[in-house]
Design a binder for this molecule. Sequence first.
Ligand SMILES: [Fe+2]
Length: 125
Amino acid sequence: MTELKQIYKCNVCGNIVEVLHAGKGELVCCGQPMELLGEKTEDVGKEKHVPVIEKTNSAIKVKVGSVPHPMEDAHYIEWIEIIADGNVYRKFLNPGDAPEVEFKVSANKIVAREYCNVHGLWKSG
Ligand SMILES: [Fe+2]
């Protein structure tokens, strides 16, 4: 049984999928169940992952995190997304990019998530 917007990873091949329509079945890849990624919301250690949201009149900016996260080949933020009044906006990033994104949208209720290729899935508090 899945839930909308859950993110699952295959620990064999590295596939990562998001649920766009929940169903009763278990997600399986490479012959084994996929891992449901938990949404971490509290930083520990010196690297900061929790997304920081800055709202202006015309845009929503998200930074990872309170101290800029590394964007190196072996360790970087793969994507940042916001769920703004129920709508999902996502930008994919590459090593060398800034660990931040600006969406030209306005919304009342905003949640941000990001995925670090080493430390997993994080959500704004
Ligand atoms: Fe990280």
